[in-house]
Design a protein around this ligand. Structure first.
Ligand SMILES: NC(=O)c1ccc[n+]([C@@H]2O[C@H](COP(=O)([O-])OP(=O)(O)OC[C@H]3O[C@@H](n4cnc5c(N)ncnc54)[C@H](OP(=O)(O)O)[C@@H]3O)[C@@H](O)[C@H]2O)c1
Length: 219
């Protein structure tokens, strides 16, 4: 399988690149800083330098030729202000979907977040509220696209604990966190599960093996 990952130097992205390249997939990681290229090569991915806040749809589509699936793993990050929540978490995700459609990529996996699409509680940090709104708009844009077999994955708070290989994955889950290792395992499994298209799934730690969890919501 040929997979392109937006935000290819992200913490989840690097984990997913290692998993996919280890099984022989052809993986492209889209980064905005050339100095990150060596880390992608070490993870088994081919780096492509393309700033998703500056590129055109045609620029990005040119990198997606022949790709079977894309994963949006980019994010402005916790240190960024409100404006980059809009330019990365919303606009770059929309651009990436436009480019995927233009290039004829059939599948799009979005890393969203648990809590995205719900009203933030009173007292929510204003920049975090902008982030939630940007992610919700990106998710809504994706849901409206008939031309992509999309899946929106909404993990709880991310940790750097080692993989357990066991999760809870459902349209609605209890509160809980989940390791980036386990998110990467779920993304890999979702790439192999076309029946997950059109689904929005929350993800937290749990007891169900990933392979079963990815199939279970589809029964
Ligand atoms: N933190 C949480 O608890 C949590 C919970 C649920 C969901 N999420 C979502 O999960 C996503 C992935 O998590 P993570 O920990 O893997 O994130 P991460 O390590 O912050 O990775 C995000 C990546 O996006 C890249 N990026 C930013 N702007 C870009 C641009 N213009 N063009 C190309 N790439 C760009 C960043 O590159 P640079 O190094 O160049 O900035 C970085 O490598 C988050 O962004 C968030 O939306 C997070």
């Amino acid at each position: 399988m040929r997979v392109a990952i937006a935000g290819g130097h992200g913490q989840i992205a690097l984990r997913l690149e290692r998993l996919l390249s280890a099984r022989g997939d052809n993986v492209v990681g889209i980064i905005r800083r050339a100095e990150q290229a060596a880390d992608l090569r070490a993870a088994g991915a081919r780096p492509v330098v393309c700033d998703l806040e500056k590129a055109s749809v045609a620029d990005v589509a040119a990198h997606l030729s022949g790709v079977d699936a894309v994963v949006f793993a980019a994010g402005a990050g916790p240190a960024s202000g409100a404006s980059r929540k809009d330019t990365v978490d919303r606009a770059a995700a929309v651009l990436f979907a436009d480019a995927a459609e233009a290039a004829g990529v059939p599948r799009y996996l979005m890393i969203s977040g648990k809590g995205v699409g719900t009203e933030p509680p009173a007292g929510t940090d204003p920049v975090f509220a902008v982030y939630l709104k940007a992610k919700a708009e990106a998710d809504a844009d994706l849901r409206a696209r008939a031309g992509l077999a999309w899946t929106i994955l909404k993990p709880g708070p991310l940790t750097d604990e080692p993989a357990t290989g066991r999760v809870t994955l459902a349209e609605s889950t209890p509160h809980g966190d989940v390791s980036r290792d386990d998110v990467a395992l779920v993304l890999r499994a979702l790439l192999d599960e076309p029946g997950a298209a059109g689904r929005t799934l929350e993800l937290v730690g749990g007891v169900t093996p990933v392979a079963d969890a990815v199939r279970a919501p589809l029964r």
